[in-house]
Design a protein around this ligand. Structure first.
Ligand SMILES: *Cc1c(COP(=O)(O)O)cnc(C)c1O
Length: 220
């Protein structure tokens, strides 16, 4: 698949759902991809990318940012508090706010730095023990807590369990967002972004369908 193919599929899925194509942002997930592949997508004019590790992002994006203007970098993987400052300096959005300690750290750093990336709260919709994210039953309270800290919460993010029908998880995430007045929905990956768009995704995170299979497994 090429970037154009994916963009066309996004536009079609949006249209089928009665939505504007530009109500869906494509985050090209470049984790562990060779730089040549990332550069090829930059050359085609795409500017919105996702990485799941701060260290890896810090290794390649400052250089790309020098060479290509207006890069919009999203952190989509788990964030340790000791990497929060670096993530806030480098990224325009963080999709993995998943616990009070991290929220407090981001709030303190936002005060100190005078700016904060757009934030998404990750919800562990499948209640999987090994997966990051706030549990669905705790989401309303956690959203309120983040708002009380003045954090710019734009929406919610989820990664459905691999074995389950993702649409159920997308619908659950959309319900939690709606009842909390949040518009952003970061959901949908290579295998299911069209279903996510049908259920309201505003940000789809697509990696292998654009860049090809990842060469090595990313750390979770
Ligand atoms: C790797 C990753 C993706 C992209 O996965 P693909 O199946 O390659 O599209 C999306 N979201 C997160 C959080 C990821 O870590």
């Amino acid at each position: 698949m090429s970037l154009q193919d994916i963009s066309a599929r996004i536009a079609k899925a949006a249209q089928d759902a009665g939505r504007d194509a530009d109500s869906v942002k494509l985050i090209a997930v470049s984790k562990v991809q060779p730089n040549e592949r990332v550069e090829a997508v930059l050359e085609q004019g795409h500017r919105c990318f996702g990485e799941n590790r701060v260290q890896e992002a810090a290794g390649k994006w400052p250089d790309f940012m020098q060479r290509f203007s207006d890069i919009d970098l999203h952190l989509i993987g788990p964030l340790q508090t000791n990497k929060a400052r670096q993530a806030m300096e480098l990224c325009h959005a963080i999709h993995s706010v998943d616990r009070p300690k991290l929220a407090k750290t981001l709030a303190r750093l936002a005060q100190e730095m005078g700016h904060c990336p757009d934030l998404f709260i990750q919800v562990n919709t499948g209640e999987e023990p090994q997966k990051a994210g706030i549990l669905p039953l705790e989401a309303d309270d956690f959203i309120a807590e983040c708002r009380a800290l003045d954090l710019p919460i734009k929406g919610l993010m989820c990664i459905p369990p691999v074995e389950e029908e993702p649409a159920l998880h997308f619908a659950l995430l959309a319900r939690i967002a709606a009842r909390n007045g949040l518009e952003g929905l970061s959901m949908g990956m290579s295998s299911d972004f069209e279903r996510a768009i049908a259920l309201g995704a505003t940000h789809v995170r697509v990696g292998s369908a654009i860049f090809g299979e990842r060469v090595k497994a990313p750390a979770q």
